[in-house]
Design a protein around this ligand. Structure first.
Ligand code: GAF
Length: 391
C-alpha cells in the first residue's frame, strides 16, 4: 500500500491548531512550499545544465503572524532528533546579522529571514511538513520556499521575479545549511505547475512546462529509508571534480563540453574526474532528449532514458548505493514499468518510477518481496509550486 499524504488544506488545519497551542490566538498567514522529485537531469544543475523535476503534493507550511516586536519565534512538531522544537532570534540588523546555529531545522528559515529583500518584522510561526525529512525529496528547499512565501504575505511584498525568489532560497541553503546545492530544488518548489514537469535551463534560468498528465500513468516515488552520506563531503567533492574537468577543457562549465571533448582529457585529469564529466555531459543530453520525448508523449523512450540515467549515476558518478539499485531493479522487471531511477543527490533517499496505473500494485509487491529494507511508497501527481494559503 502507498502512504496517504495529507493535502495542503488538511496540513494547514493541523498547522493552525499547532499555532493556537503554542502561541494562543489565530495565525494570519500561511506560506506553502512543495517538495520535489526529479524525473531526470541529476547533478547537472550546478554544471549549468538542464533538469526536469516536478513539484510534489507533499508540502511544508510556515503558519503565523506578526509578533509586534523584533523577535522571531519558531515552533515545529518535527524537530531534528534531540533538537528543541522551539527557538527564538531577533530580526537581523547591520549591527547584529543573523548566523546559523542550533537547532539546525531553524537555519533554513533564518537564512531566508537574513536575505529577504527589504527585511522583515518580527513574527511568531509554526513549521509543519508532509515532505519526508532526509528522504531526498527536498524537504529543506520546501521549507526555505515556504518561509519566503510566508514573508511575502506577511509584508505584502511579493517577488517581482520568481527566479530571484529561488535564488534567495538557494543562498539561504548555501550560507545557513552549508550545502553548496544547485538551483533545481528551490526553482521547482517556486515554479511547479499542476499536471506538468518543468524543464529548467540552469544557466539562463528559463524554464518550460512539459505536460505529464496522462491518466493511465503513475509517478511512483519509493523511499529506500536509508541515507549513507556519512561525511557530507560527497556532494562538494563532485562539484569540484566537475569544475576541474571544465577547467582542464578551457570551458566555463561542463554544459559547454561534448562527449568528443573527453578524448582531450584522457591523460590530463584523474580517471575519476573523466568519469564524472562523462556522466554530466551525457546526462545533460539525455535530459533534453527526455523532455522532447515527454512532450511527444513517447513514454517508452522517456523510461529508457531514465534507466540510462540511473546506470550513469551508478557507474560514472558513483552516487547510487545497493539499496537504490535494488529498488530500481525490482521496479524495472515488472511489466508495465516504463522507467525507474534514483532521484536527488543520491547515497539513499528515493527512486522515481513511471508506471502504468494497472501495474502499480504489482511493482509495490515486487519491491516489498525483493528489497531488504523497509520502503515507503508515494503515488504522486505533478503539483503546484509555492503559494499563499488563506487561514
Ligand atoms: C541535491 C541538490 F540540492 C540539487 O541542487 C541537485 O544538485 C541534486 O542534489 C542532484 O541533482 O538535491
Amino acid at each position: 500500500m502507498a502512504e496517504l499524504v495529507p493535502d495542503a488544506e488538511e496540513l494547514l488545519r493541523a498547522g493552525c491548531r499547532l499555532f493556537r497551542e503554542r502561541f494562543g490566538g489565530d495565525p494570519d498567514v500561511a506560506g506553502c512550499g512543495p517538495g520535489r522529485v526529479n524525473l531526470i537531469g541529476e547533478h547537472t544543475d550546478y554544471n549549468d545544465g538542464f533538469v526536469l523535476p516536478m513539484a510534489l503534493p507533499m508540502v511544508t507550511l510556515v503558519v503565523g503572524r506578526r509578533s509586534g516586536g523584533d523577535l522571531v519565534t519558531l515552533c515545529t512538531d518535527s524537530p531534528d532528533a534531540d533538537a528543541p522544537a522551539r527557538t527564538q532570534f531577533p530580526v537581523p540588523s547591520l549591527e547584529t546579522p543573523l548566523r546559523p546555529g542550533l537547532p539546525k531545522w531553524a537555519n533554513y528559515v533564518k537564512g531566508v529571514v537574513a536575505h529577504f529583500p527589504g527585511g522583515c518584522p518580527g513574527f511568531d510561526a509554526v513549521v509543519i511538513s508532509s515532505v519526508p525529512l532526509g528522504g531526498g525529496l527536498s524537504s529543506s528547499a520546501s521549507l526555505e520556499v515556504a518561509a519566503f512565501t510566508f514573508l511575502e504575505a506577511l509584508t505584502g511584498r511579493a517577488s517581482q521575479k520568481l527566479s530571484d525568489k529561488a535564488l534567495v532560497c538557494q543562498r539561504a541553503e548555501h550560507e545557513f545549511a552549508g550545502m553548496p546545492c544547485g538551483i533545481m530544488d528551490q526553482f521547482i518548489s517556486v515554479m511547479g505547475k499542476r499536471g506538468n514537469a518543468l524543464l529548467i535551463d540552469c544557466r539562463s534560468l528559463e524554464s518550460q512546462l512539459v505536460p505529464l498528465d496522462d491518466p493511465e500513468l503513475v509517478v511512483l516515488v519509493t523511499n529506500s529509508a536509508v541515507k549513507h552520506e556519512l561525511s557530507g563531503s560527497e556532494y562538494p567533492t563532485r562539484r569540484r571534480q566537475c569544475e576541474q574537468a571544465a577547467q582542464a577543457l578551457g570551458k566555463k562549465s561542463l554544459r559547454d563540453a561534448t562527449i568528443a571533448d573527453l578524448q582531450a582529457l584522457q591523460d590530463r585529469v584523474p580517471g575519476v574526474v573523466l568519469q564524472r564529466a562523462r556522466h554530466v555531459i551525457s546526462e545533460i543530453a539525455r535530459t533534453e532528449e527526455a523532455a522532447r520525448a515527454l512532450q511527444a508523449r513517447d513514454y517508452r523512450k522517456f523510461g529508457t532514458l531514465m534507466v540510462e540515467s540511473h546506470a550513469s549515476l551508478r557507474t560514472d558518478y558513483e552516487v547510487s548505493c545497493p539499496e537504490l539499485d535494488q529498488l530500481v531493479n525490482a521496479a524495472v522487471e515488472v511489466e508495465g514499468v516504463l522507467g525507474s531511477r534514483m532521484t536527488g543527490g543520491g547515497f539513499g533517499g528515493c527512486t522515481v518510477t513511471i508506471v502504468y496505473k494497472n501495474a502499480v500494485e504489482k511493482v509495490i509487491a515486487n519491491i516489498k518481496a525483493k528489497y531488504r529494507g523497509n520502503p515507503k511508497f508515494y503515488l504522486c501527481v505533478p503539483s503546484d509550486g509555492a503559494r499563499v494559503l488563506s487561514v
